[in-house]
Design a protein around this ligand. Structure first.
Ligand code: SAT
Ligand code: MN
Length: 582
């Protein structure tokens, strides 16, 4: 097989020759093709079958122990001019990067099959979707791309019709961390990834295309590619309002995307619908609103911490048709991870007999891949070619102090400042130290494919086009008290904050105006049905002294982007600082 599209054929032929691939296989996305790949991986040991009685059609993949997370220090944005990539990215000159990668790819697929994976990010018939083709030598990547994207014949047809697509080239190489690079060439809409088989490094539709390349593309086309979940919240009257939210990786985003409201809410008729858990493409609509699609069709979620109490919807979809990566297994071969339940696993993520002295049984960044349609709260609107209209945008993060439970921006531009000033304590999704506070604007620090200064300017420009912009809120589920304990129960109870957010969007409730934004009155967060009443005063406290320091820190951070920082943003910051002044 090959394609009707000349440029695609030429590229595949040229890559096959350069990598000296033994075979070329064009993927059609069919069940039969997937079955063959699974068989192949069971034979090679890339996959092991999990207990077919409890987990039909579920598999475990154990990665190289050196290859368990994204590698931000080896991820580059290769624009012609360094300042276009900005201080938020590692930069390499495109010529140099191409030469380096060409050396690594030379002959790397000898004896291996080269898979051509056409995919569409977003509903196949949506004008908001964009397509790509990933070339890879990893059958694990193919099987995961089939779950995470609309992959195969339909996507190829669309690509042939449109004649344009993002080019992604991937090889697991020899998994040598010294020969591992994730290169992005936004100006030519292409990606080259070598030396890793891990999700965010290897499933090129995800962070590489749908965020880094798409953010660049979105800027020139007038939309936004964001690291956000999308949920629909249905009230007792049966009206559904959509909320998008940016949170740094593994910060409770997947749980929020699949939230089941507390009992009192369910009884009253509230329901939460899942449109997406990770990535959101936002397009200004003709009606002056912002319309969102989830470019993905599956979840690549963090397993540890997922349980009947934290995320029952996730658990319900993980008992069939899922690929698990680097989880532990029980003695009867069921997948297991820390926080799931109190069984003791038999084997750890490396397949060794479990020995707690060696650390957790499941890798902290172990993952599940599963189709979004398997989620009990799946929203049919995830297939809507128009997307869903967004009423509110949340900017979250993990802050032990300072940030209140919820804070409303005074307008879009103030919201952009809240997004630009986002900071969070780091987690295991990226390699590096855990628990350090770092700036993560719009949760896009590792994912924005161009200079953050230009990105904020683009956010402001998009806002200017919206006659009915969403309201923007900052949320923090992670504030701690003097004993270091979380004050807010979180998880299902985050619904209580969403209710207030939506009431604000509809002008149904007043707010307490402060120098840093509008907050709920203590009595305005519905606490009905909570066993222990949290200290709302503490959760909604604004400490001017701490905020002065924070804004100072934000100003310092923004100044790293020099002349690229839009004046409007600096003025906004100055006006908040002025309101805070003694
Ligand atoms: O680590 S991935 O990029 O694959 C997933 C995530 O961080 O959300
Ligand atoms: Mn993510």
């Amino acid at each position: 097989m090959s394609s009707k599209l000349r440029s695609l054929n030429d590229w595949v032929e040229q890559v096959a020759a350069h990598t000296r691939a033994a075979n070329v296989q064009w993927c059609d996305g069919s069940q039969a093709e997937n079955d063959r790949l699974i068989e192949l991986m069971l034979e090679s040991g890339d996959l092991e079958r999990l207990n077919p009685e409890t987990h039909p059609n579920c598999y475990i993949h154990r990665s190289d122990p050196n290859d368990v997370a994204r590698v931000e220090h080896l991820t580059f944005v290769c624009t012609e001019r360094e300042e276009d990539a900005g201080p938020n990215n590692n930069w390499m000159a495109p010529g140099e990067a191409r030469a380096l990668m060409s050396g690594l790819f030379a002959g790397c697929m000898e004896g291996r099959t080269l898979y051509v994976v056409p995919y569409c990010m977003g509903p196949i018939d949506s004008p908001l979707s964009r397509c790509g083709v990933e070339i890879t030598d990893s059958p694990y990547v193919v099987a995961n791309m089939r779950l995470m994207t609309r992959m195969g014949a339909d996507a190829l047809e669309r690509i042939e019709r449109e004649g344009r697509f993002v080019k992604g080239l991937h090889s697991t190489g020899d998994l040598d961390p010294d020969r591992r690079y994730i290169m992005h060439f936004p100006e030519e809409l292409s990606i080259q990834s070598f030396g890793s088989g891990y999700g965010g490094n290897a499933l090129l539709g995800k962070k590489c295309h749908a965020l880094r390349i798409a953010s660049y593309q979105a800027r020139s086309e007038g939309w936004l590619a964001e690291h956000m979940l999308i949920v629909g919240i249905e009230n007792p009257q049966g009206e559904v309002r959509y909320v998008a939210g940016a949170f740094p990786s593994a910060c409770g985003k997947t749980n929020l995307a699949m939230l089941i409201p507390p009992e009192t809410y369910r009884e009253a008729g509230w329901k939460v619908w899942t449109v997406g858990d990770d990535i959101c493409w936002l397009h200004p609509g003709e009606d002056g609103r912002l319309w969102a699609i989830n470019p993905e069709s599956g979840f690549f979620g963090v397993a540890p911490g997922t349980s009947e109490s934290t995320n029952p919807n996730a658990l319900a979809m993980l008992d069939r048709d899922a690929i698990f990566t680097n989880v532990a297994v029980t003695d009867d071969n069921q997948p297991w991870w820390e926080g799931l339940d109190d069984r003791v696993p038999a084997r750890d993520w490396r397949g060794r007999g479990f020995d707690p002295r060696r650390g957790p049984a499941a890798h902290p960044n172990s993952r599940f891949t599963v189709p979004i349609k398997r989620c009990p709260s799946y929203s049919e609107q995830a297939e809507s070619p128009d997307g869903v209209p967004i009423d509110a945008i949340l900017f979250g993060g993990r802050r032990a102090t300072l940030a209140p439970l919820v804070l409303e921006a005074s307008d879009w531009n103030h919201g952009v400042l809240l997004g630009a000033g986002m900071a969070s304590e780091t987690t295991a999704a990226a390699t590096g130290q855990v628990g350090v506070v770092r700036r993560d604007p719009m949760a896009m620090k590792p994912f924005c494919g161009y200079n953050f200064g230009d990105y904020w300017a683009h956010w402001l420009a998009v806002g200017d086009k919206l006659s009915r912009p969403p309201k923007i809120f900052q949320v923090n589920w992670f504030r701690r008290n003097g004993d270091g304990r979380f004050i807010w129960p979180g998880f299902t109870d985050n619904m209580r904050v969403l209710e207030w957010v939506l009431a604000r969007c509809r002008g149904e409730v007043d707010a307490r105006q402060t120098a840093v934004g509008a907050l709920p009155e203590v009595g305005d967060i519905n606490l009905e049905g909570l066993d222990a009443v949290p200290d709302m005063e503490a959760l909604l406290a604004v400490d001017p002294e701490a905020w002065r320091d924070e804004l100072e820190a934000v100003a310092g951070y923004l100044s790293e982007f020099g002349g690229r920082v839009p004046e409007t943003l600096k003025e906004m910051l100055a006006s908040v600082q002025k309101r805070l002044a003694r």
